[in-house]
Every structure is written in structure tokens, then in C-alpha cells.
Design a binder for this molecule. Sequence first.
Ligand SMILES: *[C@@H]1O[C@H](CO)[C@@H](O)[C@H](O)[C@H]1NC(C)=O
Ligand SMILES: *[C@@H]1O[C@H](CO)[C@@H](O)[C@H](O)[C@H]1NC(C)=O
Ligand SMILES: *[C@@H]1O[C@H](CO)[C@@H](O)[C@H](O)[C@H]1NC(C)=O
Length: 444
Amino acid sequence: MIVSIIYGAISFLVLATSFVAGDEPYSTNLEMKLRNYLFTNYDPLQRPSKTVGTHVTLNLLTVNSLDIKEEKLSISGYIYIHWEDLRLSWNGNTTYQNIRFLFSNENYMWRPAVIVENSVSDMSVISDENTLMRINGSGFVVWTPGGIYETNCACDVTYYPLDTQICSIVLSTWAYTSDEILLQLGSPAVQTSKYSENGEWELMSVFGQNTSTTRESKSFSRLMFTLILRRRPLFHILNTILPVVIMATLIVMVFKLPPESGERIGMSLTAVLTYAVYLTLISDNIPRTSLSACILSTYLAIILCLSALAVILTIIVLDLYFNIEGDDVPAWLNRFTHHVMVRFSCWKGTTCYNGRNRVTPTNKKQVLLSSNAVLNLGDSQIADQELEKKRKLSFDKTTDDENTVLEYSWKEIALIMDKCFLYIFLFLVLLATLITFVNLGCNY
Ligand SMILES: *[C@@H]1O[C@H](CO)[C@@H](O)[C@H](O)[C@H]1NC(C)=O
Ligand SMILES: *[C@@H]1O[C@H](CO)[C@@H](O)[C@H](O)[C@H]1NC(C)=O
Ligand SMILES: *[C@@H]1O[C@H](CO)[C@@H](O)[C@H](O)[C@H]1NC(C)=O
């Protein structure tokens, strides 16, 4: 009983004091009254002051996709934009002291006309009547229109698939020049605390810049939010780079296949076709731009040329090997084989091109014998023995290896050529692969 009397007395006192101070408690009626008080004679077309300073923060939620083929970045997020509209302040009037915030939307009050300048999906002033603006007693307005923004992004494909792209979202004022609306970066300019990672692109950094732009000889305020995105390479290493490099080694191995097997043309053509198919698969992912050449495409094109060349050389080698017309080996070819190709390919233990590891004559005889053992596969025994005799004669005549020109059979020349091509192709493929991946890797 006593407690309730004391409680009643206290609540009466509180009410009385607040009435004396003109401090009416919050009620929907009071808010209604405030709304009428503020919005009578309020024109939403009239801007709040001569130069309205607006502060913008980009809240980045996700990077949905960056399509380097279409050069399109899609992000989800919202723009936190605030400004001051002193016509909507009720701080000075104690009647409304208990109302802290008021809500309204763009149909009833002024808002800055801002567009996403590099949008590829729609070019209209950012508008969202369902997103309410929050106004506090000082006339301070906060608006957070959200959406999916699709912007153009000029992609540099040189280092695909180990590339880093720089994309931006450009906001600028529409209709109002920078004398009427000044866009400024909020602090922070970009908020990423709610950002969730994209599986393909890693967000390296994101920042805002204030600039200005000129349209129809008037200056407009502009904000640029730049995202630096780096591709996560694992998928592409497993699905693009690895198969491409493995296939490049196939081309080299064509020259290792014995001519008798009869599979060489089949294998070399298969290697070319596989490559051509792969090239189409990859070019589906690469933008059709000629502004920058993609290193990987160049590499693929080089390997494709090499594999086509391998087919042609294989045919030549096979033609020489089987020598259907039965001509003699021309002297120049014999000399060329002896002086260049044999040394280059270290054929059967002969002096290599670097001049070191010279073979002693005793070794050399064995070497020649063993080389003939290979030839026995297809050639007749008698012809081989004659050849061997001839060689031994010419070899015995002079011990100076430099002046002796052995006579080579077509089969031998073909096999020596094969070995040379094997080395040349191995070198070229390794060189191309090395240059390509050092280039790609250095950029990453
Ligand atoms: C406060 O609001 C009341 C009612 O809306 C109005 O009559 C009064 O003039 C206002 N006082 C001031 C100081 O503006
Ligand atoms: C309204 O918000 C601004 C910015 O946060 C603040 O400076 C100001 O004090 C607030 N006014 C009231 C009455 O809360
Ligand atoms: C960018 O913002 C700074 C600080 O707000 C200001 O001093 C500068 O003039 C602005 N630059 C442009 C080009 O608007």
C-alpha cells in the first residue's frame, strides 16, 4: 500500500516536471504533429542549401563476378550517404524533445541525384523509395540505398590466368553541378567489415578517390571506388596450365618414336588436334580484345606452330627413312650430316658439338658397329656389311676425325635428323614454357 502510494507520487512528480519543461513523452500523435510541423511548406525539389555537402561510404558486401570476357564487374552492396537538411531539424523546439528520429522517403523529401557513371545495366539516378531516410533532431539525414551494381571494367588479360584486375565504381552527381552538390568521401570511404569472399577473385584492396568530371562544360563532383582483384589461380593451374604443358611434351616425344612403328604421323596429328581443341576451350575464357595480347594465348599459338612443324618434319624424316625412290645421298647432305647434325646430336658417341669428350679410335669402331646393328632392322645384311667395310677403310685412312667424311645411309641420316629435331624441339618447348611461366609468375 505504502509502496504504491510512493510510486504514484513519484510518477506524478515526474509527469509534472516534464509538463513544466514542455517535455511531452513520445506518442504517434506527437510524431504526427512534428511531421506536419516540418513538412508543411517543404518542397522536395528544393535543395537544402546553396552547396550541399554529401558524404558517401561504399559498403561492399560481395563481389558477385568479374567477367573478363564481357569486361563486367558485378558487386552487391549499399551506399551509405548522409547530408544535412536544416529545414528538417527540431532541436530548437523543446516540444519534440522526446522524438529522436523521423523517417521519410524520397517522395517527400529532397535527396541528392547521384548516378553510377560506369554502369552497364542501368543509367538512372539512384532511387529507392522503399529505403527510408533517417532524420535526427539536427536535420542530419542518412540514406542507405542498396543494390547490385554492374559496372564496366577494362580488363588487362596479358597475364591471364595469373592476372590482377583493377575495377571501379564511379558515382557522380546528375543535374546538380559541383557548386550545388559536393560529393565527399565518408570515413571510412569503403566499409568491408561485412564483405564475404568470392571464390574466384581475391579482394586485394579497395579505396575511394574524389575527383571531378566535366560534362557540357560544367564541372560535376565525382567519387571513384576502386577494387583491386586478384584471380585465385588454383583452378586455372589445374585445368589450363598443367594440361597445356603436358601436351607440349607430347610434341617432343613424336621424334622419339621409331619410324618403323608406323604411328608417328598418327601421334603427331593427334597432338596438333588436341592442342587446337584446347586452344578453342581457352579462347572461350579470354576476352576478344586486341588491346593487350595474352601471354598464354601466345604460348599456345607458338606450341601449335611447333606441333604443325613437327608433323611436316616427321613426314620429311619418314620419307628419307624409307627412301622409296632409292636415290644416293647427295654429297652436301652427307657433309652437312657429318659436320653439323652428327655433332649436334652426339650421334652414337661421336664428337659432340662442344668439342669435349672426344672418342678414341678404338671406341669409335665399336660405335660404328653398334650403329649398324640398328640399321639391320630394315636394311639387308650384305649392304650393311659393305657399308661397314667402306667406313672402316675411310676411317683407317686417316686418324684425324675432322677431315674424315663418313658416308651415311638414308636411314642413318633420317635417324640422325630425328635426334637433332628431338633436341631442337625439346629446347624450343622448354624455352617457350620457361619464358611464359617466368613472365606470368613474375607478375603474380
Ligand atoms: C515548437 O512547435 C510548436 C508546435 O508545432 C510551435 O507552435 C512553436 O512555435 C515551436 N517553437 C519554436 C521555438 O519553434
Ligand atoms: C545527428 O547526427 C549527427 C551526426 O551523427 C550528430 O552530430 C548530431 O549530434 C545528431 N543530432 C542529434 C540531435 O542527435
Ligand atoms: C577531395 O577531398 C578533399 C578533402 O575533402 C578536398 O580538399 C579536395 O578538394 C577534394 N578534391 C576534389 C577534386 O574534389
